[in-house]
Design a protein around this ligand. Structure first.
Ligand SMILES: [Zn+2]
Length: 195
């Protein structure tokens, strides 16, 4: 089974004229792969978190990117040896080689699923772990700082993205909560799904 470790708990604080924000970044370890999800945009925090795990960016085999927003993807470039699983019509980037991928490319215990709504092209992960099934939701589910973190399938998306679609987002959230025991949101704390 795979192991999931939250390296950085994502945060999103609203300012008058913008945000202070970076995504939740996780390290997934399987028998033969080390995977980073949504490395975010806080370089110092990410490098410190990797160091704590005894890793450098060059030890990472795959980087998973849930969607196109810079607060999730700005640091992709530091992983020089990795392949990138992307939302971009579900293509994998290996340098300039751009290939289709299978939903189990990251391992038999890790499934890549489509979760549109926050933006049209959005992916999440469902991971079998010894603790139960964990979903790395990306921004299908997220909170801003200061909000009470109570999950409601219809909760408003604070996105300012032009492609946001609430109906699709609700369907995507259903997929996640139906399958997962725990959810790691794009910004905010991991929570247990109440069944
Ligand atoms: Zn985000």
């Amino acid at each position: 089974m795979a192991k999931v470790k939250i390296l950085i708990e994502g945060y999103a604080k609203k300012l008058k004229n913008g945000w202070v924000a970076s995504s939740t970044a996780c390290l997934i370890t399987t028998e033969n792969k080390k995977i980073i999800t949504d490395p975010g945009c806080n370089r110092k925090k990410l490098l410190e978190a990797l160091k704590k795990e005894g890793l450098t960016a060059n030890d990472i085999n795959y980087v998973f990117l849930s969607h196109c927003h810079p607060d999730h993807i700005l640091l992709v470039g530091i992983f020089e040896k990795a392949k990138f699983i992307t939302f971009d019509t579900n293509l994998m980037y290996d340098g300039d080689l751009i290939l289709e991928f299978d939903k189990h490319i990251l391992g038999k215990d890790i499934e890549i699923i489509e979760t549109p709504g926050h933006v049209l092209e959005h992916l999440s992960l469902l991971i079998k772990t010894p603790k139960g099934k964990i979903a790395i939701a990306g921004d299908a589910i997220w909170w801003i700082e200061g909000e009470e973190q109570v999950f409601d399938i219809k909760q408003k998306d604070h996105s300012q993205a032009k492609g946001m679609n609430m109906d699709e987002l609700i369907e995507s959230r259903k997929k996640l909560v139906e399958t997962a025991d725990y959810i790691i949101p794009g910004h905010g704390k991991m929570f247990k799904v109440q069944k």
